[in-house]
Structures are given as structure tokens and as C-alpha cells.
Design a protein around this ligand. Structure first.
Ligand code: F0G
Length: 352
């Protein structure tokens, strides 16, 4: 098996790149598809459940898939700077890939609503981090205008190369399973990733690499669920700050994906998200960020609707290490503090 040199190297035949494209890569992609038997047992009826653990990408989220493409194409076009709005992960990925390519990176983030790890990354990679007193939707509005006015390339998911890169996750799922799953459960914020996965499945289907297409099951946080409600949410709220978005840029595309795939969009509460988040960590050993757990929370919510014997893939979009604050806030009666440093007291705490 050839060494893994990133997704453009692996899937270049399916991507809009040429010999003239300077490939900017951190060897992203090739993330594991991991069975989660404890989650499957909660569904029962011989359902197989896997997670696509995209939190194992170089900057810790699926955004690296889009960014290797967007930055390579920006570099090819002679860009010197890129800009994006972000709830955190896009800014981390944009910063890393832009700096690796020698480009300046400007990232707009909603002040006070970005998980600590993501902010730390963007700063250390060397982006100009501009925290606005407004939410993600406002930040996106601003960067769209900036990209029209100034010599900076927009690298949000409205940049078509982003989705081209991200569709490779669907290729990998099919390459691992030997076919498309019955259900693909995925969190939605700006709804770029659900669009990208669908593009990937359809392209593989056309090439006869799979003989079916999945139902695309999209999940939003209840306080930020414009695609479920069918209307813009002016003040989106959720503990899953990554998907705290009230006016998704890929709205129409997402609706088209839902219809074409006979899928469904549903909302999950912060409580349900946190329950799935804790379950994944404590029963499966998989630490994802809260927004990612929305896919598993959604699957558990729709457990009764999963067909017997179905194969389900839940996308875990980001690494749990991105957001240590939320992890530490979860109640635990297994954190024993202020323990006298003796063998006896430790043994007692251990229950011996
Ligand atoms: N999960 C995580 C961890 C994310 O960071 C995002 C989006 C999503 C899911 C939703 O993906 O927008 O394609 O529907 N994060 C963006 C950002 C908004 O700025 O990092 P989507």
C-alpha cells in the first residue's frame, strides 16, 4: 500500500487540480472509520454503527480536507492573503495551511464563542485573529464584502474548492465499507459538509465505486436550527459553538441534498448533544467536540426509524481536545481531589 501523502495526492483524479497546482498539504485525510458497538447496541436490530473520526486530521477537524484544496488553488491563482469567518475550526485550518503556503491569513471570529483550543491554534499558526462583537453570521457577511473589495481570497465553504476537498471523506467511507452506508448522520452548521459528502457519494456512484446512495440525515442544535425550522435564527445559541449559526451559507444546497437523498433534518438539544458526547468518550473511548456529537445524538434520537440490519455512519467532525472547557464542566464523581498523598488514602479512594 502506498504511503499516505494527503488527499490531493490520493484522490487527485477526482479533484480540480493539475500539474500546475502547488499542493499545500499536511497529509490530511485517511481518517479511521471506527465501529461503535455500544452505540449500536442502543439501537439494536443488528444495526452496524461506525464513526468517521475526522477529528484526527492535522489541525483536528474535517476543515483540513477543504483547506488543502482551497489554499492550494489560492496559491495557484497567485493569492497573497486569505480571509474567513469562523466558529473556530475553519480559522485553525485556514491559518495552518495559509502559513504553510506563505500566505497571510485573516480570520474573523465571534468574540467569546470560540473554543479555547481553536483560538490557540489560529494564534500560534500565525493568523491575524479579529474577534468581532457579533456572531458567526455577521462575521461571514463582513468577510464576503472584504473579499469583494480587497485582494484577499475567501476560504469559507462558499469557496467551491472547499467542498471539493471535503467530498473525499465520502470516498474514504465507501473505500472502507466497500459500499455507501444506508444512513449518513452529520452535524450541520453552514451546511457545507453535508453538501460535500453528498457530492462525494454521487461522484463515486457515477464511477460505480458503490451501488447505492445513503439517506443524508442532518442534525442541528435546537437553539441554532434554521434548516429544521425553515427560517433564519437571529440569535443562535448552543453549547456546541462550532455550529452556532443562524443563517447557513449553503442553505439551498442542503435542502436539495435532503430531497435528493430522501434524507431528513432534525434538531437535538444541548442536553442530548452532551449525553452523546459523554457516551462516546466513556463507552467507546472516542473524544470528539460537542458539535460532532450532534450526529450521534441525532442517531440515538431517531433510533426507532433505523431499518433492521442497516449500516450507519456518524461523522465526528472535530477533536474533543479542541474544547477542554466543555469537557471539564461535565459532572464527574470520578475526579478525586485534595487527596492526602498516602498509599492508604489512595487505596480507599480506589475502593479497596
Ligand atoms: N462540526 C464542527 C466541529 C464544525 O466546526 C463545523 C463547522 C460543523 C460541524 C458544521 O459543518 O458548517 O459544513 O455544516 N464549523 C465552521 C467553522 C462553521 O467556522 O469552523 P458545516
Amino acid at each position: 500500500r502506498p504511503a499516505w501523502h494527503g488527499l490531493i495526492h490520493a484522490y487527485g483524479d477526482f479533484l480540480p487540480v493539475s500539474d500546475r497546482t502547488p499542493v499545500v498539504t499536511l497529509y490530511e485525510g485517511n481518517t479511521p472509520l471506527i465501529p461503535v458497538p455500544q452505540i449500536a447496541a442502543r439501537i439494536g436490530r443488528n444495526v452496524s454503527v461506525y464513526v468517521k473520526y475526522d477529528g484526527l486530521n492535522p489541525t483536528g477537524s474535517f476543515k483540513d480536507r477543504g483547506m488543502t484544496m482551497a489554499i492550494s488553488k489560492a496559491k495557484e491563482a497567485g493569492a497573497e492573503a486569505v480571509i474567513c469567518a469562523s466558529t473556530g475550526n475553519t480559522s485553525a485550518a485556514a491559518a495552518a495551511y495559509a502559513r504553510r503556503a506563505g500566505l497571510r491569513a485573516y480570520v474573523l471570529v465571534p468574540e467569546g464563542y470560540v473554543a479555547q483550543g481553536k483560538l490557540a491554534q489560529a494564534l500560534l499558526y500565525g493568523a491575524e485573529v479579529i474577534a468581532i462583537e457579533g456572531n458567526f453570521d455577521k462575521a461571514l457577511e463582513i468577510v464576503r464584502l472584504m473579499a469583494e473589495t480587497y485582494p484577499v481570497t475567501l476560504v469559507n465553504s462558499v469557496n467551491p474548492y472547499r467542498l471539493e476537498g471535503q467530498k473525499t471523506a465520502a470516498f474514504e467511507v465507501v473505500d472502507s465499507l466497500g459500499n455507501a452506508p444506508d444512513w449518513l448522520c452529520i452535524p450541520m452548521g453552514n451546511a457545507g459538509n453535508i453538501t460535500a459528502y453528498w457530492m462525494g457519494f454521487c461522484q463515486y456512484r457515477e464511477q460505480n465505486r458503490c451501488d447505492r446512495l445513503p439517506r443524508m440525515m442532518g442534525f442541528q442544535a435546537a437553539g441554532s436550527a434554521p434548516l429544521v425550522k425553515g427560517e433564519i435564527v437571529t440569535h443562535p445559541e448552543t453549547i456546541a459553538t462550532a455550529i452556532r449559526i443562524g443563517n447557513p451559507a449553503n442553505w439551498q444546497r442542503a435542502i436539495a441534498v435532503k430531497e435528493a437523498s430522501q434524507g431528513a433534518f432534525n434538531a437535538v438539544t444541548d442536553e442530548e448533544i452532551l449525553k452523546a458526547y459523554c457516551l462516546l468518550a466513556s463507552e467507546e473511548g472516542i473524544f470528539c467536540e460537542p458539535a460532532s456529537a450532534a450526529s450521534v445524538a441525532g442517531l440515538l434520537k431517531l433510533a426507532d426509524q433505523v431499518p433492521s440490519g442497516a449500516t450507519v455512519v456518524c461523522v465526528l467532525t472535530g477533536n474533543g481536545l479542541k474544547d477542554p472547557e466543555t469537557a471539564l464542566k461535565q459532572e464527574s464523581d470520578r475526579f478525586h481531589r485534595h487527596i492526602e498523598p498516602t498509599e492508604q488514602t489512595v487505596a480507599k479512594v480506589m475502593g479497596f
